[in-house]
Design a protein around this ligand. Structure first.
Ligand SMILES: C[S@@+](CC[C@H](N)C(=O)[O-])C[C@H]1O[C@@H](n2cnc3c(N)ncnc32)[C@H](O)[C@@H]1O
Length: 236
């Protein structure tokens, strides 16, 4: 089985300045879909072909996958898709903060690497700081889509997203998991899981109008929730 990249290793801590939409896309003012951990880019490249009125950006920490996926992206005549190398936890926050208001319309985190152990929790891609950067860049109604075939992977992501208070689910969506994928193109991992008839756990969130919570408070509440055995309760 493929070994995951350790995003905490020193090499991946180097911040990169990601290009602005103006440098990436032919029509930079189109809405952006950002796919975090896009691997070979099957989903984001396919969506770009289907939805030419949007721009599509995949980010991925494994460079050989990025090289292949971005080669395909650069060959697209629409100029509405790119795949960039970065550690999403190091380089995305400043890129998101610099986006023109209401440019980002959808973010997806699909089948992220399964770091189960508590001591590996800092390697998980959806960390409080990244979630808050995403929430700050999304206007009310804009979407965050999460999916995984592993409950122990999606549950902490859902817990964190809901703890932030910044996201709500559409009323009509089934609980706890959405019945289907709102995106018309499956990822590599999704196709593999579907071919084996295994379950997929999906949640679609929409940014609500709540202000961002305090980052440190969110981090410590998430620690309590995700690591109940490590929580030290003090008496009031
Ligand atoms: C299990 S794969 C799933 C890939 C794809 N989303 C799919 O569903 O087929 C998770 C991907 O996230 C990437 N990844 C993990 N941590 C990352 C990080 N901090 N920044 C960017 N990509 C990351 C991995 O290299 C891997 O390609």
């Amino acid at each position: 089985m493929r070994q995951h990249v350790n995003p905490l290793s020193r090499f991946f801590q180097l911040p990169l300045q990601l290009p602005s939409p103006g440098e990436l896309f032919n029509h930079p003012d189109q809405p952006i879909h950002l796919d975090i951990g896009c691997a070979r880019g099957r989903c984001i490249l396919g969506l770009a072909e289907l939805n030419q009125g949007w721009n599509h950006l995949g980010v991925e920490i494994r460079r050989p996958l990025v090289t292949a996926a971005d080669r395909d992206a650069l060959n697209s005549v629409q100029g509405n898709v790119r795949v960039l190398f970065c550690n999403a936890n190091i380089s995305l926050e400043s890129w998101l903060a610099a986006l023109p208001n209401d440019t980002l319309h959808r973010v997806s985190v699909q089948f992220p690497d399964p770091w189960f152990k508590r001591r590996h929790r800092k390697r998980r891609v959806l960390q409080p700081a990244l979630l808050l950067a995403i929430a700050a860049a999304l206007q009310p109604g804009r979407e965050l889509f999460l999916q995984s075939d592993v409950l122990a992977v999606i549950e902490p992501m859902v817990a964190l997203t809901e703890l932030s208070g910044c996201f709500s689910r559409p009323e009509s969506d089934a609980r706890p998991w959405r019945a289907d994928n709102p995106l018309p193109v499956p990822t590599e991992r999704e196709q593999y899981v579907l071919d084996k008839n295994l379950p997929v756990y999906r949640v679609l969130y929409q940014r609500n109008a709540h202000p961002l919570p305090d980052a440190e408070a969110l981090e410590s509440r998430w620690q309590e929730l995700d690591n109940p055995a490590e929580t030290v309760f003090t008496e009031a």
